[in-house]
Write a protein that binds this ligand. Structure first.
Ligand code: NDP
Length: 249
């Protein structure tokens, strides 16, 4: 349980990458300012987080299951937080999707919007009433540079982040009247499992519906140059965690 003066921080998508690093950094805060509720959709994936948290696990860091695509899971998770009191919500969970749009199923496109857009909407809807009542709170959303700029072959991912940016810009104005802050973080490439998972999906892709020129452009031009960009510009998840900590301080 949070001790007095500690801020309760709930983070989504802490099984890997940026979410895991934010959870660990805040839980290990030297002044113990945060009580971290690290959530993930499959608690069987908790080992990496628990190991990285070390002594903080069970003290300043606790775990709860949460699938941002499920109304029921979101409600249940927030109901499990004492008095439903969350000072800082960090919407980090997200999925990528890469490839020629003709080759991507509608099901996969909807999954991206369910997670990256509706996942955030669900979370904000659930925590907002308490924050407004207390006239305090901070909501942080992990967007992307692709929430600001369209990038070829990332069409649906980009669209999901643009949608979230629009939603949040509009919400921020309403929330400010209640002294609730909303911040967006827009990282460029970050070395996490995100990139690995997308490349695994791409390796299995058979390109139904896409013409030969598009497939060639994707495979021979886009993929190698995007790999170079990642190598040259990629940040670490720790970099983004530090930036997130600055934003909430
Ligand atoms: P990871 O793939 O390492 O982490 C994504 C996290 O989201 C995982 O914990 C994953 O859980 C979780 N997640 C996915 N779907 C759901 C769901 N339905 N409910 C709950 N959790 C879910 O990637 P990153 O750490 O890189 O990504 C974190 C955020 O940063 C994302 O929003 C991404 O869009 C954004 N971002 C990433 C960039 C990058 O280059 N890596 C660049 C810019 C922004 P599980 O293990 O169960 O799949």
């Amino acid at each position: 349980m949070a001790s007095s003066g500690q801020k309760v921080v709930l983070i989504t998508g802490c099984s890997s990458g940026i979410g895991l690093r934010i959870a660990v950094l805040l839980a290990k805060d030297e002044k113990k300012r945060y009580h971290v509720i690290a959530t993930m959709r499959d608690l069987k994936k908790k080992d990496k987080l628990v190991e990285a948290a070390g002594d903080a696990y069970g003290k300043t860091l606790m775990l709860l299951p949460l699938d941002v695509c499920s109304d029921e899971s979101v409600k249940q998770c927030i109901n499990n937080v004492k008095d439903r009191h969350i000072d800082i919500l960090i919407n980090n969970a997200g999925v990528g999707l890469l490839g020629p749009v003709e080759s991507i199923s509608m099901e996969d496109m909807k999954r991206v919007f369910e997670t990256n857009f509706f996942g955030v909407v669900r979370m904000i809807k659930e925590v907002m009433p308490d924050m407004k009542k207390r006239r305090a709170g901070h909501i942080v959303v992990m967007s992307s540079v692709m929430g600001l700029q369209g990038v070829v072959f990332n069409d649906v991912y980009t669209a999901s982040k643009f949608a979230m940016e629009g939603f949040c810009e509009s919400m921020a104005v309403q929330l400010l009247k209640f002294h609730v802050h909303l911040s967006m973080i827009e990282p460029g490439p970050v070395h996490t499992e995100f990139e690995t998972k997308m490349m695994e999906d791409v390796a299995k892709m058979e390109y139904p519906g896409a013409d030969a020129d598009t497939v060639r452009y994707f495979k021979d031009v886009y993929l190698p140059s995007s790999k170079d960009i990642f190598e040259a510009m990629g940040q670490t998840p720790e970099d983004i965690a530090k930036c997130t900590k600055k934003v909430i301080e």
